[in-house]
Design a protein around this ligand. Structure first.
Ligand code: C2E
Ligand code: MG
Ligand code: MG
Length: 283
């Protein structure tokens, strides 16, 4: 009896698993056509300096305008893409498009952050894409920040390490994204030679209302600074969170308080001077 119901459960489970696998496979094949057919979009979220609230750069966040499905967030397609080489196509497109769009801001001193998946670091495509885009859009390499999650960085292979070194030698900086959502320590990340660490939104969520959450965030900020890292707080939604972070000497912040991901017009306005200088210089 137990055997029978066990079997039945197994087949229900298998069917559900098979369905999830099929869904991801169909998402992947539609996404492959979508990437090549120009269906990816980028939104830009400002990074602000906590000391004075000024925007200093932007993070590019990918969206997929899937016909018949609307504008999809990364959670709906990035996990499927990460199961295949398709993620590299996505990441290379994002890197190229973000540098094109942000080039005038970068020449005016802003930074542009782009998310890379660990899997994309296994080949040469990103190095080629970065070097081509820097040259083609005349972007200063120091303006480029590559976000790789703490979890992906912990798993990096020898090949991926070499890719990171090559990206760094082109002049780009590395940021440890979603720090505090995994289980590593900042000291473990020293070997990655990151320039920036981004405190995961979960660490920021209640640091203004819960003293122990505040102490944890404060300790991370102090340690990161001791290691020479710039600290970015993610998911800042309230003034009181920004206030606490500023007291803790956190350098930069991102979140709805300062700006939702958008078309970048906010940064066009902030960094328009650089663009105008450039245009008149070449006119
Ligand atoms: P992330 O790099 O940590 O990006 C921050 C995420 O937090 C974004 O979600 C952003 O919209 C969201 N966010 C920003 N401010 C707030 C806030 O105040 N409150 C809350 N609740 N959320 C906020 P999004 O755009 O859905 O992206 C999710 C993740 O997808 C990103 O996390 C990143 O890991 C990944 N991703 C995005 N673009 C790319 C890409 O081009 N390539 C790869 N490989 N991954 C990407
Ligand atoms: Mg990021
Ligand atoms: Mg993050």
């Amino acid at each position: 009896d137990a055997k029978v119901s066990g079997k039945a459960r197994t087949s229900v489970y298998d069917a559900a698993m098979q369905c999830a696998v099929d869904t991801r496979a169909s998402v992947r094949s539609a996404l492959g056509d979508g990437v090549r057919g120009g269906e990816l979009r980028l939104l830009y979220q400002p990074l602000v300096r906590l000391a004075d609230g000024q925007p200093v750069g932007a993070e590019a966040l990918v969206r997929w305008e899937r016909p018949g499905h609307g504008l999809l967030e990364p959670a709906a397609f990035v996990p499927a893409a990460r199961e295949s080489a398709l993620i590299t196509e996505v990441d290379c497109w994002v890197l190229t498009e973000a540098l094109r769009r942000c080039a005038p801001w970068c020449r005016a001193g802003a930074t542009v952050s782009v998310n890379l998946s660990g899997r994309s670091l296994e080949g040469d495509a990103l190095v080629d894409a970065l070097s081509a885009a820097l040259h083609r859009w005349d972007v200063p390499a120091r303006a480029v920040v590559l976000d790789v999650t703490e979890t992906d960085l912990q798993r990096v292979s020898r090949t991926a390490e070499r890719t990171l070194a090559r990206l760094r030698s082109l002049g780009a900086g590395l940021a440890v994204d979603d720090f505090g959502s995994g289980a590593s320590s900042l000291v473990n990340l020293r070997g990655t030679r990151a320039a920036q660490v981004k405190l995961d939104a979960s660490l920021v969520a209640d640091l203004d209302v819960d003293a122990s959450a505040g102490s944890v965030a404060g300790a991370f900020i102090t340690t990161a600074h001791a290691l020479g890292l710039t600290v970015v707080a993610e998911g800042v939604e309230r003034r009181s969170q920004a206030e606490v972070l500023r007291e803790m000497r956190c350098d930069l912040a991102q979140g709805w308080l300062f700006g939702r991901p958008g078309d970048g017009s906010l940064l066009d306005a902030r960094f328009a001077a650089g663009q105008r200088r450039r245009v008149s210089a070449t006119a």
